[in-house]
Write a protein of this length. Structure first.
Length: 69
């Protein structure tokens, strides 16, 4: 997937979930603050979940959100 397609898909996900105004606010906030996504992900995202639990959660999410996959 090239960068343009990735950006388009990401913005569509954000606007579908948050709405246009909140999606733009999210992007602005992300760009205006010192934020290390990699560090945040290590310390906050899926902490304490096993691979099996993460896989089950991903499968459930995909089934509940078919338009995003």
């Amino acid at each position: 997937m090239n960068s343009a397609v990735l950006l388009d898909k990401g913005m569509r996900c954000l606007t579908n979930e948050l709405g246009l105004l909140e999606a733009e606010q999210f992007v602005f906030t992300l760009l205006s603050q010192p934020f290390d996504y990699t560090e945040w992900r290590k310390n906050n995202l899926f902490v304490g979940m096993s691979v099996a639990e993460l896989s089950a959660a991903a499968d459930k999410y995909c089934k509940e959100n078919p338009s995003l996959t």
